[in-house]
Design a protein around this ligand. Sequence first.
Ligand code: BGC
Length: 767
Amino acid sequence: MGKLYPILSLALAVGAMTACKPQENMKELVSKLNQEQKVLLMIGTGMELADGNVGKTKLKVPGCAGTSYAIEEHAIPAIVFADGPAGVRIDPTRENEPGKTFYATAFPVGSLLASTWDPEVAKTVGNSFGDECNAYGVDILLAPGMNIQRNPLCGRNFEYYSEDPLLSGKISSGFTQGVQAMNVGVSIKHFVANNSETNRMDVNENISERAMREIYLKGFEIAVKEGKPWTVMSSYNLLNGTYTSERKDLLETILRNEWGFDGLVMSDWYGGKDAVAQINAGNDLLMPGTSDQQDSLISALKSGRLSKETADRNLERMLGIYRKTGSWNGRVTTNIPNSTNNANVSKTAATEGMILLKNNNKVLPIASTEGNIALFGLGSYETIKGGTGSGDVHASKVIHIFEGLENAGFSLDQDLKEMNLKYNKQQHDLIPEKKGWWLPDSLIDDMQLSEEEISAISKRTTLAIYTISRTSGEFYDRKEKNDFQLKAGELELLKLLSKVYHAQNKALVVLLNIGGVIETASWKELADAILLTWQPGQEAGNAVADMLSGKANPSGKLTMTFPVNYADAYSSRNFPGKAMGKIRYLFGSLPSQETEVDYQEDIYVGYRYFETAKIPVSFPFGFGLSYTSFSYEMISADKKSDGNVQVKFKIKNTGSVAGKEVAELYVQSPKGKLSKPALELKAFQKTILLKPGEEQTIDLTVTPYQLSSFDEETHSWILEKGDYVIQVGSSLHELPLNATITNEETKVTLKTTPSLIPTANIQKLQF
Ligand code: BGC
């Protein structure tokens, strides 16, 4: 398997460089394939499951997520698919190559990458992913994960970018361009509305056409049109009664006909139930591939349930993508990525996306000469680099926060450090083995100390830093208690640290080493400064040290709202849905149950809801502080003859250190036939590094289509008549500039084909 015929592959490689559409030239090749070969290409080669159920063939790159069949007779090589969003996920060691290692760089998780608000950073990170894929022989990277963070508890929110589709689409596009510039394809995933993990293969999501178009599809639309991903991964869930991988209106009508996608659609791993319906719907490849799928496709081709035309069409586009890959074009697998550069990229991205949530009395930055620092919390000593499951990476190392601070010359209280290291080790030994491979990893509790002990430590230190950590991952959602909310021990420790350090006029800094939103409103007053470090990848400690020392100036902004209470999120009323019916067991042990969920909040997801319903939040969307300050001045908004609105304004660094600012442009649209959220993000831009006193003119364009809303009655995007108030500033709650544009006549900006029509009667939230 996988053997290439060099001469033919070289000829095809040259062909791949011409400007024709990927599937052109593939007709002839497909016409030469026999029925068995066609079916083999429609399914992957299977995989070695964690429970020992070994697939049909070994994976081409050990630990990758899947491989396609090679058809040697026609010089079609096996294509390699590997996760994922935070780094190239392959096995770090191989039985047959003892002594060698195959570690990959762990990059910051998706939420952090998006918090940079900088598609260029995402592009640079994407380049490094591409480099690692090439080094390890990976053709298609199963990333970016770009589902909407609909609810704070989704177990995979860390892999995803935002509660806002524009931001999600733009970051995905940047990342995609970065990876694909290295001749490695991406698979944007999970298409679409994979917004929870509980019963993810059996959950039916009832979502209105408008919410689909404006929220859940929008990010993918931007990513497809601007990023031009080679592949798309359909999701596990059912949407309005049908598996997404079996929906022709999703995979053909919307994705290909409306958006112009001309690549390959693959299923999520073991996703969907009816292989023939999937292939007919335009889900070209079934991953990782099973023999049952093979049997049903062969019978379907014989019976005509799957026509030769459909099969050939799918295969042409599949091979059109395959021929662009490294495996097809004779790339040499060196197994030596550019790790030093990639680690630097990982660290820089981490510093660009960490968010300063609070900084009273400018306690940060701190000089490394400041004195002794007392470092508390598990995450200070065992920093969580990223989440679990397919979003995890096998990195050679993680620089923990204590190591990063020491590397940067900070002096830490050594007794406290030794106590923590010893305690953590003991606690690990006590953790019982997980009862199922798919169950969450449990983090050990932070070491608790009495007031007397803290008091003694405080006398010999100048500052306390407490790191609060969380982990989560595939197969399960997070819980409100002890996860969204602080654990009792964490709260207790926070209170004691605050009391003891503040009594001596010393500061308490909290670091949030988390992958998703947690409760902050009830305790944030206890801390002087809060830095949201996210799960920052393998360079965690070094990046944190740069932030705390001021070597890097925070410029990340929240890409989701931090609510006061979990219950404030409207989706908490129905997340993760109502399970009913019989439990089935996947892979022998993972329970799954039919589940129904109505997306009652409709388009009012995240800040669109909090802002419209005027619900107070702990930290608003778009929020993030800096060690410097910025002023916003001189807005102008011009409507051009093509209807585009050009918005210009100036940002000036009014503080005393260099820094970058994210300018956010929101629009308040007129209420007309359709209700509208109070504000919606329509454009954004991060400035260059502005020196004190330096200013930059920001020039943003918003198109009539971007300003439109989706009208279900006519299945079209309409720009309603009335005033569009453009508001610009540093976060949803800090919008000093505004300008108004008037639209005289309601017009249709884009007509669509009626698709994804709900079958259930959804009780939608209305304003
Ligand atoms: C995940 C995908 C992943 C795939 C392959 C699935 O369980 O949902 O995101 O790419 O596995 O590992």
